[in-house]
Design a protein around this ligand. Structure first.
Ligand code: LIP
Length: 255
């Protein structure tokens, strides 16, 4: 299975090249507030559909920039071609390619590639988490010194007030807040110990499918809010953190 993980990572790297080599891109509005897709999102997704299904023809492909039916059983690639689309549109250089591989709704592999930093995060169930081949692990930072990465659910304003209440409560007890605009990058930051907590009150499965197993294989806590296991059937809220911060994070988020 290590060979398959390496092949998926190679696809992510090639997708990253498309992102880096793209110049002007056309932008189209999607449903909801501040929700856009560019022609590069679609170009990357088309490349990943073709390259990933050539690796596993029997797998399904479930991705952000297409119509998806019910979440499939069996092997499924769960893909966000550009996580951090707004950052891409504004040339903020914080967007990643996120590829999760699930089997019967359980994450078995995750690959997140940041082409700007050339950081390839990989994980396989039971085999640990890595960044550019080096083992990564969540921090052991206590809550008073914790860096908390905030997801602001810009597409779903109904969560904004509660999301900001949580941010305020975290700021009162932790070190400081951060906001990247890429859920998959936020999850990899927790997995690598660069931050200690990340939450967002609503995400889509493609935002966190890969990052969920990377966090877990790095020794971290991954919670799909309202569920007793990582949940991929539809949107849900997410908490990822180290073990030391879990109790306070759950108290602040009432989960
Ligand atoms: C984005 C996430 C981000 C979240 C946005 C959006 P996209 O993904 O990575 O953390 O706040 O609402 O879901 O749309 O750029 O792939």
């Amino acid at each position: 299975m290590r060979e398959l993980l390496n092949q998926i990572a190679a696809c992510a790297r090639q997708a990253g090249e498309i992102i880096l080599n793209s110049h002007k891109s056309s932008v189209h509005a999607k449903e909801g507030h501040f929700n856009y897709v560019t022609d590069i999102d679609v170009k990357v997704q088309d490349f990943l559909r073709s390259s990933l299904l050539s690796l596993l023809p029997q797998a399904s492909f479930y991705a952000e920039e297409q119509e998806n039916g019910l979440f499939p059983e069996g092997l499924v690639f769960v893909v966000d071609p550009i996580d951090g689309t707004i950052n891409f549109m504004r040339n903020r250089k914080c967007s990643v390619v996120s590829i999760g591989l699930l089997n019967n709704k359980e994450a078995v592999m995750g690959v997140v590639y940041n082409p700007y930093s050339d950081e390839m995060y990989t994980a396989e169930k039971g085999e640990g988490a890595f960044c550019n081949g080096e083992r990564i692990h969540v921090s052991s930072t206590e809550i008073t010194d914790a860096l908390v990465s905030v997801g602001t659910t810009p597409y779903n304003a109904e969560f904004s007030v509660e999301g900001m209440r949580i941010a305020s409560d975290f700021l009162r007890v932790s070190g400081d807040l951060r906001r990247t605009g890429s859920a998959a990058q936020d999850l990899c930051d927790v997995a690598s110990g660069r931050t200690d907590i990340y939450y967002e009150l609503q995400l889509s499965p493609w935002d966190y499918a890969a990052g969920s197993i990377i966090v877990q294989e790095a020794g971290g806590v991954f919670v799909s809010i309202g569920h007793d296991r990582p949940y991929f059937d539809s949107v849900c809220g997410v908490l990822a953190c180290n073990r030391e911060c879990e109790k306070v994070a759950r108290q602040i988020m009432n989960i």
